[in-house]
Every structure is written in C-alpha cells, then in structure tokens.
Design a protein around this ligand. Structure first.
Ligand code: FAD
Ligand code: DHB
Length: 383
C-alpha cells in the first residue's frame, strides 16, 4: 500500500526475488513524482538502489558529499565523513527523482502500480488471505494476497486499521517547524551547512549544481503567506552569515512549512500486515533520516519475505518489528539529538544556550564526538 520510497523499493526488491506484488496508491503518478521532500541518501540507500539496477541516473546526476559543515557563532566547522567513517559519504539526489527511477523500473519490468485508486481498505490481515478493497475508474475491486505491506505514510489507512489496543504509540511534537524553499540559485557552499543562530536554526542544502534547498526554523503554525521572498532571503542571510562567505539568491520556485514530530508505533506488524516507513515512524528532519529509514525497513521486510517463500519459515517475518525497531530507535535518538543541539526552544534560558554551544564546540573539536555524528549521518548498519 503506497507508492512512496518504502512501497516502490519493496515492490522492486520483491520482483528481483521472483515474488509478485501490486502497489496501490491513491495519488496520481504525476503528483507522487513532483512532490518535493527529502534529498539526502545514506551510503546504504545508494548501495541498495545501485544493486537493484535503479542507480544509473542517481550516479550521473547525484552529488556525492564527504562531509557537512556545522556553523555557529558565525564560524564554520567541517565534519569530515570520509576520514571519520573509513571512506563513507552521502548522496544528494531528490526523493522525487528516486521515485521516478523506481516507477520507470517497475513499469519496464511489468510491475503493477495502480495510481489514483479511491476508498482503499484492508481486511482479514489476521487470516491466511488478507484482502485490499479499492475503487478505480468507477468500479470496485478486491485483491486477495498473502501479505499486506502498509507503506502508506503517516496519514495512511493501514496503521489505523489495526484493532485498538494492539499498538503502542510513542510521540513527541516539537514547538517549531521548518520553512523550506527551493531556489534557482547555485548552492553557496559545496556541502550542507547546519547553522545554530540566536534567531533559530537554518540549513543550506541543494538538489543540483543550479538548485539550492534552504530551510529556516519557524513557528509550527507559521503562515507562509506572511513570508515574502525578500523576508525569506533576509532571514537566511542573517542566520547563515559567516565572515568571507556570501549566500547566493535566486528565484524561489517552491516554498512550504513542515511541522516536526518524533513518532513510533510498536509493534510494526499485526498478523499478515507489516508497517514500513512513515506509516510506522516519523523522525524530525534534522539529519535527513526519514527516507533512509523507510528504505531500511523494507530491506528487512524483503529479506524476511524471501526467506518465507524459499523455506516456508516465518521466523524472520515474526522478528520483523523487533529487528526494525532496534534501528528505528537509534535513528530517533540521532535525529532528536541533532534537533535539540541546533534549534532554539521556547522558554529556554541562557544556561540552555550555553550548553548547546558547548555541545557544538565539543562535537566539532573532539574526534570521538565528530565520529559519532559522522557514523550516524552516513547511516548505521541495517541490523
Ligand atoms: P511516503 O513517502 O509518505 O509514501 C506514502 C505513499 O502512500 C504516498 O505516496 C501516499 O500518497 C500514499 N498513500 C497514503 N494514503 C494512502 C491510501 N489510503 N491508499 C493508498 N495510498 C496511500 N525527510 C528527510 O529526510 N528530509 C526532508 O527534507 C524531508 N522533507 C519532508 C517534507 C515533507 C512535507 C514531508 C511530508 C516529509 C519529509 N521528509 C523528509 C520525510 C520523508 O520524505 C519520508 O520519511 C519518506 O517519504 C517516507 O517514505 P514512505 O514511503 O514511508 O512514505
Ligand atoms: C535536507 C533535508 C534535511 O532534513 C536535512 O537534514 C538535510 C538536507 C534536504 O532537503 O536537502
């Protein structure tokens, strides 16, 4: 269920293992392929997409980075991933480009991806033959299957279809959001810049050598209409300011506000329904983990399904949630830590600020601390 990164990667992995699947998506293909979201791929995600044969365009158009900058008190400090992780890096390549590549690969290999379905519901997932019902082009359909993968995101229907009392939810909502823009401006830095500033967090990222992606910490209910392009640029100039460095402006082609939360459900499975990606967990965006975590879940699920279909054994399927959650909570820890280190919090006092600055000072001057950041940023091992 769902043609996001989790659903499409899972479907193609299953195809490569000789297992049939159908992807059911309520939006149009165009909508899914145009939606601007994440842009940072961990080394493990890059390796997986390459092994799956969908990495060609990523390899030619993506940007490999071997470090990030942490900027505070007007000065930049580089975290050198290559040195600190034994040669690992990250890839800058937009989520919607990954989805285009996956859709093309699915359709070129006879994959069944049904877009624009309506009234989707899941049934009998506690029995041997779960069912998916949906409406498409004016008629009702029912699919009978062995397993349902709930890859339908945070607002999907799979998680809420699990009977009450089965799942435990863990949640933290942050008192701020991110105002994000996409600008036709060459990135002003070769690498991502995470900035701690009195006025709040700012992030300089990019999509291509000609497109910058920039974020500002803002109120979670910020009205985007109150942010003229001039106001956005002025705030970015102020927060990102550093001696001898200039931010390049350009036409803003997209802007929006995203709220921030940490969320996990346990367990991530019930009967023959398995939750993967945002349907099971959300991380705050600081550290760029959401997409990568979704891909890691479905890798675990695809392996468990392969085991089931080759041996008839459910042992890996039974351990799916346990195996994923170990990694999910470590990524929650990292994303929460990056968020708390880099953002201003309502009600904080000068003590809190000094502690944050000390943390940044420590991370950028202790090899052990920098290594901790680096190994999490490039991606923890799958299990
Ligand atoms: P999704 O990508 O949400 O895919 C779920 C799919 O299911 C969607 O296509 C949806 O249309 C479909 N669906 C939903 N309901 C139904 C239904 N009832 N029936 C059928 N289909 C359904 N992460 C980062 O790391 N960095 C970022 O900068 C970043 N920015 C983000 C900005 C926004 C606005 C959002 C919402 C998320 C952002 N994320 C970011 C998080 C990242 O994009 C997600 O973690 C990632 O998309 C998760 O993939 P997924 O496949 O689990 O879920
Ligand atoms: C991007 C998003 C993030 O959340 C992040 O930590 C780094 C980069 C991005 O959209 O480019």
């Amino acid at each position: 269920m769902g043609a996001g990164p989790a659903g499409l990667v899972l479907s193609h992995l299953l195809y490569l293992q000789g297992i049939d699947s159908v992807v059911v998506e309520n939006r149009s293909r165009q909508y899914v392929e145009d939606r601007v979201r994440a842009g940072v791929l961990e080394q493990g995600t890059v390796d997986l997409l390459t092994e799956m044969g969908v990495g060609e365009r990523m390899k030619s158009e993506g940007l490999i980075h071997y470090g990030i900058e942490l900027r505070f008190e007007g000065r930049g400090h580089r975290i050198d991933f290559r040195d600190l992780t034994g040669g690992k890096g990250i890839m800058i390549y937009a989520q919607h480009e990954v989805l285009k590549d996956l859709n093309n690969a699915r359709l070129a290999t006879g994959g069944q991806v049904y877009f624009e379905v309506e009234n989707v519901s899941v049934h009998d997932f506690n029995d041997a033959y779960p069912k998916i019902r949906y409406r498409k082009d004016g008629s009702d359909h029912e699919l009978t299957c062995d397993f349902i993968a709930g890859c339908d995101g945070f607002h999907g229907i799979c998680r809420p279809s699990i009977p009450e009392g089965v799942l435990t939810e863990y949640e933290r909502v942050y008192p701020f959001g991110w105002l994000g823009i996409l600008a036709e401006a060459p990135p002003s830095s070769d690498e991502l810049v995470y900035t701690y500033h009195d006025r709040g967090f700012a992030l300089l990222s990019m999509r291509t050598p000609h497109i910058s992606r920039l974020y500002l910490q803002c109120d979670p209910n910020e009205n985007i209409d109150e942010w003229s392009n001039d106001r956005i640029w002025q705030e970015l100039h102020t927060r990102l300011a550093s001696e001898g460095w200039r931010l390049t402006e350009g036409p803003i082609v997209q802007k929006g506000v995203t709220g921030m939360r940490s969320f996990v459900v346990e367990p991530m499975q019930y009967g023959n329904l398995f939750l993967a990606g945002d349907s099971a967990h959300i991380v705050p965006p600081t550290g760029a983990k959401g997409l990568n975590l979704a891909v890691a879940d479905v890798q675990v699920l695809a392996r468990a399904l392969e085991r089931f279909y080759t041996t008839g054994k459910r042992c890996q399927l039974n351990k799916y949630s346990h195996n994923c959650l170990r990694r999910v909570w470590k990524v929650q820890r990292f994303s929460g830590w990056m968020t708390s280190m880099l953002h201003r919090f309502p009600g904080e006092d000068p003590f809190d600020q000094r502690r944050q600055l000390a943390e940044l000072d420590y991370v950028t001057n202790s090899r052990a601390a920098a290594q901790t950041l680096a190994e999490n940023y490039v991606g923890l091992p799958l299990t």
